[in-house]
Design a protein around this ligand. Sequence first.
Ligand SMILES: Cc1ncc(COP(=O)(O)O)c(C=O)c1O
Length: 391
Amino acid sequence: MGRLDFLAEEIARMKEQGTQITIRTISSPQGAWFVADGKRVLNMCSNNYLGLANHPALKEAAKKAVDAYGVGPGAVRTIAGTQTPHVELEQKLAEFKGTEATILLQSGFQANAATIPALAGEGDVILSDELNHASIIDGCRLTKAKVVRYRHNDVGDLEEKIKAEAVARRKLIITDGVFSMDGDTAPLPGIVEVARRHGAMTMVDDAHGEGVLGDSGRGIVDHYGLVGEVDVEIGTLSKAFGVLGGYVAGSTVLVDYLKQRARPFLFSTGISAADVAACLAAVNLLLASDELVKRLWENATYFKSQMQQAGWDTGKSQTPITPVMVGDEHKAAQLSKDLFTESVFAQSIQYPTVARGKARLRVMISAAHTREDLDFAIEKFNLCGKRLGLI
Ligand SMILES: Cc1ncc(COP(=O)(O)O)c(C=O)c1O
């Protein structure tokens, strides 16, 4: 028996339960169509909401930044100094979000890991939506605070639970803005009200709201007219912005503190100048026009309505994230495989990413899709779904 045999046993068990993830290899740029495992397929699974991941303006900005700054930042920003594009992007993102300041991190995941331990510690309580993203869950685990999970999107339950924590030194409420597996949005106005009544800080992870919700994609806080009312916003640059990285938006004091104490900022090298320059170009595009955001929504509305008419259950999504609910893990994996054979890449999502028995294909609509692309996907979904007896 080898010392790591238990891992092989675990993987065999995943295979048996239909929960083993298949990772396909992409050998072309992101776009409405791309090459996965050597096959040209319609891309229905990336978070490239606005089609910016291969946009000429972003590529040009990145190339220029490589010429100006090289490829690596040298070391963490507090040790080797911070490059000009990083500072420019932080200012531009603050302008975009309508906050005093922002701080760039390596990813959205790291932004949560950086922020939550800065806000809550021993004697404090964190109230966290039960369906919050894994990076929020892990961020909470990095603190010594008590973590209380409230029922998904249930403001009443949140209030009950926060009342029971009256003795806590500080209270922090954290929610995803858009829940990434179902596409539903957090009831932010109600959460902000509860926070106000109970003196709690509020933090929203806007990973799937940016570029999607609000004026020109400013996110869920803007969408609900709550600019200035939410203490902390977490953003990612890897989804609608089409590049890589994460950030925290909020007050100057929050950002100043994170620069002194946030461990992912102090102990891990930042993203490259090329990534940053591409992100800057993305924000500039959004500041100049909301055309891509509008196209994204038109596409999402069309796809959802056509799928529903064909008999598919597309869950309770309020955003372009379109879960095509299947339930059984094996059937969801089979549907994904069959679609791939028909040149559509729509990834099946199963436990542990979602609850057991709630397997689905998570279809991600993009502004890059044409009406013909969407019709192609719908035709193939219907063909494969009928064969499997799903519709
Ligand atoms: C709600 C939420 N937060 C954070 C992240 C992580 O973002 P990143 O990929 O930039 O680390 C994701 C991505 O899946 C997400 O959905």
